[in-house]
Design a protein around this ligand. Structure first.
Ligand code: ADP
Ligand code: ZN
Length: 633
């Protein structure tokens, strides 16, 4: 139940490497136990599937009636073959087994032999011995693991440093096959990278003049903006091999493993230079070594190794190190020093043109029908990153296939856009009639407040079909053009629109529902930003009271002011919200007839378009001169 501007879907979160579970010892022990159990279970299962289990009296009956052909007495069971089965297949394939009775086994064996049955007795070479050896081996292994972890905890790294010197999970591509043509937009980034490509082509040109060559560049930007893609494209353009590894791969269970992986990586790269080394999520290893973010000795060791490798390689060999991160602010200063990752290349969220180009790139290989208008889609997806758009196009193609069509049409794209934003439609959520009415009025409340204001973005769709994201309905607003600045008036309008849903509930039914929770959250966050960051409150004026910490991830701001000021900020935020709510209620009370009319229409149709909404509003505006419209409370 939220008016969706469609530009805040940057929910991708990358895992933070380096935080391994605290109770790793317990985990190791658990793993040991589980492995032992699994083994015994597996061995049992094999045996079970081989022979059929029977009851002892069945065996006895077979014995007494002289039907036994062959018997194998084992430490815990009797395996036997009846004459009937033996006639079909003399091997023990179809044998049955039953429990071994307590008492004298020899007696039983003698009796059987006397009856002329083939008897064999098995020595205890059966699974229990293997099991025993296996469990000892596993236990010793587990112990070894625990010891290793203990060593690491104490921060000592000598004796087991070289343990398990396995090859790094390096992913090497001789030719990436990606060029700058595959990367849409990002012209500034491409320009900065052009020099690196040139350098890889002819390093002599640079060395001749005595210029120091760049060793590395840091690609900074939100997840999914195409950092990996750009790095690959650099390798593709320069026609050199591409090594890639993720920072989190360095941070391993074993002490010293990370450092050894770094060494391996650079060794391998040196063999095939010139080449590109790409380290994704470098923040996993490169986070600052002060303790603020909880560093640990393994990570520090890895980072030190990385630093020394970067210092160590001779740039004229033609190795360029690219790294990507979305949290540049937590990187260790040593990494950013001149001669290391001293170049920072910002990979931004794409603008309208960038999004259009990205859509074009990704629809190159897809059959589009005549009616497709990519510009419209690009307009609707403000705030989306390249990965979202790639996903959107693929979803649309899948939908077209599902519906048995040969080409993707505009509707496919629009629907998959909604899927990406709101999750798929969930047709079987059953709402009671009252709930449905509430949702309808709530959504029309948003839409009407938005539509009746000057500074708002036009409403493009209202729906009360529940979606899998949990929204029971939503109002979609689509900006006519891309905006980079918002005025205070526009933000206040947005606040009113956000609380419009709750206002409608209150004005019409006199009740408040949980459906407005998300609206309220967003309104509060917006109001808080207005007060703390945009200097839009009377009380605090131009003073900033919060700073943004990680602008490429969630953009969360932290208060940095005195406690009294913080309390004042809260009051100011509350005042903004109260004003917005009062305005919204006033607007809806004045337009109550219109609100009813549109809500009833929505209840019937479930989805209405922006044009339909405007038709109602315009019709109402034409009626306006008649005095009877104003008086309704
Ligand atoms: P990042 O490394 O920044 O998280 P990726 O480079 O892995 O993002 O991007 C994921 C996918 O998104 C790419 O494989 C590509 O399909 C698509 N993509 C992202 N940005 C672009 C772009 N500028 N042009 C074309 N495709 C893009
Ligand atoms: Zn809402």
């Amino acid at each position: 139940m939220e008016p969706n501007r469609g530009n805040d879907n940057n929910q991708n979160k990358k895992p933070e490497g380096g935080d391994r579970p605290k109770n790793s010892i317990v985990t190791a022990l658990l793993i040991t136990v589980v492995i032992v159990l699994l083994f015994s279970w597996a061995l049992n299962a094999v045996e079970k599937s081989q022979y059929t289990q029977t009851r002892y009296d069945e065996f006895k009956e077979a014995m007494d009636s002289g039907q036994l052909a062959e018997v194998l007495i084992r430490s815990d069971r009797i395996v036997y073959l009846t004459k009937e089965e033996a006639a079909k297949d003399p091997s023990m394939q179809k044998a049955c087994y039953t429990g071994l009775p307590a008492g004298n086994v020899l007696e039983l064996a003698d009796k059987l032999e006397a009856m002329g049955v083939k008897v064999d007795q098995e020595i205890v070479e059966d699974n229990s011995l293997i099991m025993m050896i296996l469990s000892y081996a596993v236990m010793i292994g587990g112990l070894f693991l625990v010891m290793n972890m203990l060593t690491k905890r104490m921060g000592s790294d000598g004796m087991m440093g070289g343990f398990g010197k396995s090859k790094a999970k390096v992913y090497m591509e001789k030719q990436t096959g990606v060029t700058f043509k595959d990367v849409a937009g990002q012209d500034e980034a491409k320009e900065s990278l052009q020099e690196i490509i040139d350098f890889l082509h002819n390093p002599q040109k640079y060395t001749a003049i005595g210029a120091k060559l760049p060793k590395g560049a840091l690609l900074v930007g939100s997840p999914g903006t195409g950092k990996t893609l750009l790095a690959k494209a650099v390798a593709g353009e320069a026609n050199v091999p591409f090594f890639s590894i993720s920072g989190s791969d360095f941070v391993e269970m074993f002490v010293g493993m990370g450092a050894s992986r770094v060494r391996d990586l650079f060794q391998q790269a040196a063999k095939v230079a010139p080449c590109i080394i790409f380290i994704d999520e470098i923040d996993a290893v490169g986070r600052s070594r002060d303790n603020r973010f909880g560093s640990n000795s393994e990570q520090e060791q890895t980072l030190n190794q990385l630093l020394s490798e970067i210092d160590g390689f001779e740039p004229s060999k033609g190795i360029v190190c690219l790294a990507a991160t979305n949290r540049p602010e937590i990187l260790d200063k040593a990494l950013l020093r001149p001669g290391r990752f001293d170049r920072r290349i910002i990979v931004d969220r794409p603008n309208l043109q960038g999004r259009l180009d990205t859509l074009k790139v990704h629809t190159r290989k897809i059959k589009l029908s005549e009616d497709v208008d990519l510009r419209k889609i690009a307009q609707a997806t403000a705030g989306a990153v390249g990965a979202d758009l790639a996903n959107l196009v693929n979803e649309a193609a899948l939908r077209a296939v599902r519906q048995g069509r040969k080409a993707v049409n505009q509707e496919d794209l629009l629907v998959s856009f909604e899927t990406v934003i709101a999750g798929t439609e969930k047709k079987n959520t059953v709402l009671t009639d009252m709930e449905k009415r509430l949702v309808a009025y709530h959504e029309v409340g948003h839409a009407l407040v938005a539509a009746l204001e000057k500074h708002s973005q036009p409403v493009s769709k209202i729906t009360i079909v529940p979606h899998t994201s949990g929204a029971l309905g939503y109002t979609m607003q689509m900006p006519e053009e891309e905006k980079f600045l918002s005025t205070a008036d526009e933000l206040r309008t947005e606040l009113r629109t956000l609380v419009g849903g709750r206002a409608a509930e209150q004005v019409v039914f006199g009740i408040q529902t949980t459906g407005a929770a998300n609206d309220i959250q967003r309104a509060t966050a917006l109001a808080r930003n207005m007060v703390t960051q945009y200097g839009m409150s009377e009380r605090f004026g131009l003073m900033t009271t919060a700073t943004v910490q990680n602008q490429y991830l969630d953009g969360q701001a932290y208060m940095d002011c005195s406690q009294e000021t913080a309390a004042g900020v809260d009051q100011e935020v509350m005042r903004l919200l109260e004003n917005a709510y009062a305005d919204a209620k006033r607007i809806l009370t004045e337009k109550r007839a219109l609100l009813d009319e549109i809500s009833e229409f929505l209840l019937v149709k479930e989805t209405i378009t922006g044009d339909e909404l405007m038709a109602y509003i315009n019709a109402d505006a034409n009626r306006l001169p008649e005095p009877e419209d104003a008086g309704e409370e």
